[in-house]
Ligand binder design. Sequence first.
Ligand SMILES: [Zn+2]
Length: 446
Amino acid sequence: MQRTHKIALCPTPEQIDYFKRACGTARRVWNWALNEWNKQYAVGGKPNAMALKKQFNAIKYTDPQWLDENGRPWLRDIHRDAHAQPFAHLAKAWERFFTDLKAGKEAHAPRFKKKGRCRDSFYVANDKFRLDGKTIRLPKIGDVAMTEELRFKGKILGATVSRTADRWFVAIQVEVPDAQCYRRRTSHEVNGIDLGVKAAATISSGEVIEAPKPLKAALRRLKIRGRRLSRKLEAAKEMAGFGRHACLPKGTRLPVSNNRQKSAATLARLYARLANLRADVTHKLTTRLCRENQAVVIEDGNVKGMLANERLARAISDVGFGVFRSQLEYKAKRYGTHLIIADRWYPSSRLCFKCGWKNEALTLSDREWVCAQCGAHHDRDLNAARNLKRLATETALPVASPTRNGGAAAGTVPAAAGKVTLVRDDGGQQDTSGQEENRAHLCALS
Ligand SMILES: [Zn+2]
């Protein structure tokens, strides 16, 4: 199993300077390669990453565009991994593009990277760096202090140095023996989880998980700081002779004042903090769900469709459904938990969890409703979570035909039943299939 440990670095100013240049190099090489790829493709060629790399290696120390003002090849100052890896990345990006295209999914062709708009990072191969406790020795710059030691034991595959706001990190990929990754569950419930509009998540056990307070406070700060920065931007426009809120012609570079730079840095730090807060919540929640459940049922969220609705947008993006799901996926493996994903047209909110009556008239704003058939009073989210739970147990309700207002295209019948692996809801029992699997692995090790 591959695992990555991302560790914050404490670089010196000289090292930061090198990091920035290395990231710039990686970006420029990517752009060169992509441009070359497009050119060759346009004239009917079949570009590939290896050939492009060879082509680049032939010119990188001689071509004028890769020389500094003194005619010296500046690429010599940067370790070669930083300018070799972009070719592999580009090949991967195209591969993903064509796979998605074939699968009929939304495909994104690789794009040019723009300074300040793209992720700053560069790669270091596993034989080019050495770890010694809380120190990493990187090529060209030597020892850099890390805030903690590498947490995993195993074969080191490589590392990526990257920047978030004004902090630098190294992410070290390690191949860890599978047995080391497995964890023991603390209880064996079965639960459905409804990712919410009002609350961050509702669990079928009745527990409601609210978005954390610091997140709300940070969102408020974000507005204020965003406003402050845009005020400085407008001022810069005015200084340069443009009107307020004017659209700048393409390629215009406004002078950047110290205050604008500081303001932008503060805003970037706040964004990073916000991302950390969100990651903290999702990680804690997904770990807990996998640790305490033998089966977890979630909806195959149609995030796009939901984002189209403004009312829902904030809550969904706050929780980050895609991240939530992928975390559940890999953590479920570690805990031997079944992850069941309900079909996206399964009407979890509309079905009465007690009798199976379907409330066709339910709208997004209905937080509570009463079943017309059995008279049960439902909290919208809890009812949805309970219906999801039913998908994992033998008491699953039969699924009715797709709702017209659910947005299903004609002919797409919910296939929830096909995707569900039935699990016995036997609460406290120790020997559940997943755990046994884990134990087997643990035994194999000892
Ligand atoms: Zn009912």
